[in-house]
Design a protein around this ligand. Structure first.
Ligand code: ADP
Ligand code: ZN
Length: 667
């Protein structure tokens, strides 16, 4: 086992490290790490410890996330690296923190201008000298950045590959001390990836042009092929490859068949009233309808899809980031380059087109590490909708169809969602019960006599000569007297009404589960249900499938394990009021709300209720710059609320007590 695991402070069991050519290398602090001599190696190279101190001082983070420490050590050692962490894993800190500790300028390549701007805003908010350079800047702004580079007064410079590879910029950078190159979204260099950008290929020149400066690639794309391609295309020299666990334990997955109407969406949104969420729909039309319907119900939403003008999209996105609206209803066009950390739920109103897409879209929830809900409501029709859309866009490659089948299986499967996702990405889940998906939380349970039910269903399929779809079969089983059934005389067959004690949707679900377990298949363009060899085995009693049914909601809630939530000790009322105070400040400053403070910081504030600058500094995510910028205002706000609450508690039951009751109810 590589020695890299040594220094993992947290969650080391959920972290997988793949090191290439590093057997026997030692990373004791202060050594020539990983065995390679690097430029500037020696006494004045900052230590990991000094970076830790800096992270606490500027960012206010008391601990590293899995693999951050190892990734930082690579940088301090001047060793090329490829770092793969899931969305929200904290890739940025891996290069930002050491960049602050090292001499010279760190050059960060990123594909998206919007993302760069947010990152630079966030860096400035913690007091780090950072800048963006791109074509959208005014002449004078560009000149100022160039001047800052020349005078060695910047720690990080963000640019798109086109801007970096411009000869003037290349020459300028060759004339100043550089600390490192960080290539963000590095999978864009690989044509194997899902987001190939030809301009990334030009980054190959960096290694030749800036000899001795290490290159560090960051991505959330997990496949080995892409990983190898990144290292090769960038010309990395004997890189350290760090691959984090793809599991996101703070996300609670739920996958359910979609029912008519808005209830499923509303149920989730209500649980997260006044919190941020994303609702993904397959089509633009559905986006518009869903957004309008939610607004009519009193939710605060805006639509986002490629059919809106650039201006409208920008406005809606900004309103979401500044928390002037709570929910964005969108097609998959939304999300790339959004790193809002406090998205508390992501709903899919239809099946996404692949597990990769689902991982990425649902992964936009809970980037701050706090718990968040990911709910997928699917219908069997979604598969065909995607197939049609892919055919139209000539995307129907073998790979795309395989991906579609994989997500279809995921939706209908009856095993742990966390496990299914990480296994898809070639990893394994160590826990038996993830404690955070519908299956493991016991929101579904196995039926008592699965064999008998399965036999009833499959014999009905046989009686119908395997010539009908799942819906029709369920109708017959439930004993429907619909015209089409009577007309065909199917009310006369022995399996008519044989499962009449169950709801049609339940039976429909079981049919899908049987298909999912290979006991039946759907064939032809009409999706006729037909028996497989395995299905015949069930009929002969030689094989028993698993059949699940939903547990009544109240019971399911009772079964939830009493996890120590991150709401522990949090004054919910104070939290809510800090949230609106934050939105107000963010709107005044024209920055996303999370740039002011993340949800984790606000919760900690509402837990600690600091009353002095010293105690404010102890709050998670508060460093010296945030203390200077916001300390006074937030402390005053907390004091004010404190006094107000005292007054209400002493007087008759007031508004805030009612609000407090309301908040507690929501738990
Ligand atoms: P990624 O780029 O991997 O998707 P980010 O770099 O945007 O993730 O980080 C996600 C969130 O986690 C950000 O809000 C960031 O401030 C926070 N974060 C990163 N590292 C830590 C840490 N060690 N402790 C607490 N929060 C962290
Ligand atoms: Zn699970």
């Amino acid at each position: 086992m590589p020695t890299m695991l040594r220094s993992l402070a947290t969650n080391s069991d959920s972290t997988l490290v793949i090191g290439t050519n590093m057997a026997g290398n030692n990373i004791a602090p202060g050594n020539s790490v990983f065995g390679k001599k690097v430029a500037g190696d020696g006494a004045n190279r900052p230590s990991l410890k000094s970076v830790r101190v800096l992270v606490q001082r500027d960012w206010g983070f008391g601990a590293f996330r899995p693999l951050q420490e190892e990734a930082i050590e690579c940088i301090l050692a001047g060793r090329d690296s490829v770092v793969v962490l899931p969305t929200g894993g904290g890739k940025s800190l891996c290069f930002q923190a050491p960049a602050c500790a090292l001499d010279g300028l760190a050059v960060v390549v990123s594909p998206l201008i919007s993302l760069m701007k947010d990152q630079v805003d966030a860096l400035r908010a913690v007091g780090v000298a950072a800048a963006v350079y791109n074509s959208s800047l005014m002449r004078s702004e560009r000149d100022a950045v160039v001047e800052a580079i020349r005078s060695d007064s910047l720690k990080l410079l963000y640019l798109a590959p086109e801007s970096l590879l411009n000869e003037n910029m290349m020459a300028l950078l060759a004339s100043v001390p550089l600390s490192l190159f960080a290539i963000d979204e590095a999978h864009c260099i690989s044509s194997w990836g899902h987001d190939f950008r030809p301009e990334y290929r030009g980054l190959r020149q960096l290694k030749d042009r800036y000899a001795g400066i290490a290159l560090h690639a960051y991505t959330a794309t997990a496949t080995g092929e892409v990983r190898r391609d990144i290292a090769e295309q960038l010309g990395l020299e004997d890189p350290v490859v760090l691959v984090g666990s793809f599991d996101r334990p703070n996300l609670r997955y739920r996958v359910e068949r979609r029912s008519a109407g808005m209830e499923q969406i509303v149920e989730v949104a209500d649980k997260h009233r006044a919190e941020s969420g994303i609702v993904y729909c397959i089509s633009r039309k559905e986006v518009e309808q869903t957004s309008a319907a939610l607004n009519a119900l009193g939710y605060n939403t805006a639509p986002y899809h490629a059919g809106l003008s650039g201006l409208e999209r920008r406005e809606h996105q900004e309103a979401f980031l500044q928390e002037r609206i709570d929910i964005i209803v969108a097609t998959v066009a939304f999300g790339m380059g959004i790193d809002k950390s406090n998205v508390r739920f992501v709903i899919h109103t239809g099946m996404p087109k692949s597990l990769e897409a689902y991982q990425q879209e649902s992964g936009r929830a809970g980037r701050d590490g706090l718990e968040a809900d990911c709910c997928l409501f699917f219908s069997s029709r979604d598969f065909h909708t995607w197939k049609r859309l892919m055919a139209d866009s000539e995307e129907a490659s073998q790979g795309a169809m395989e991906s579609l089948h994989a997500i279809d299986q995921f939706c209908k499967s009856v095993s742990c969602r966390h496990r299914a996702l990480v296994e898809h990405f070639g990893q394994s889940l160590e826990r038996d019960n993830c404690g955070a998906c519908d299956i493991c939380l016991g929101q579904v349970e196995q039926v008592e006599e699965p064999l008998i039910i399965a036999q009833k269903i499959l014999s009905c399929v046989a009686r119908l000569q395997q010539q009908f779809g799942a819906d029709y079969t369920a109708q017959v089983l439930v004993g429907s007297r619909e015209k089409r059934i009577l007309a065909r005389g199917h009310d006369q067959i022995s399996t008519h009404g044989i499962l009449s004690e169950y709801a049609k949707t339940t039976i429909r679900d079981w049919i899908e589960q049987l298909v999912g377990q290979g006991c039946a298949v759907k064939t032809t363009e009409y999706n006729l249900v037909q028996l497989t060899e395995q299905g015949w085995q069930v009929l002969r009693g030689e094989h028993t499938p698993v059949l699940l049914k939903a547990v009544p909601k109240k019971l399911a809630r009772l079964r939830r394990p009493g996890k120590v939530g991150s709401w522990d000790g949090v004054d919910r009322e104070l939290f809510e009021s800090l949230r609106s105070f934050r939105s107000q400040l963010a709107a005044e400053q024209g920055v996303p709300a999370y740039i002011v403070f993340g949800d984790a910081s606000l919760r900690d504030m509402a837990r600690r209720r600091p009353t002095s600058p010293e105690s404010f500094l102890e709050v998670h995510g508060v460093g010296h710059k945030k203390l200077a910028d916001y300390g006074e205002q937030f402390l005053a706000h907390i004091m004010e609320r404190h006094n107000a609450t005292d007054a209400t508690t002493m007087g008759a039951e007031g508004e805030s007590a009612a609000a407090r009751r309301d908040c507690t109810k929501r738990d």
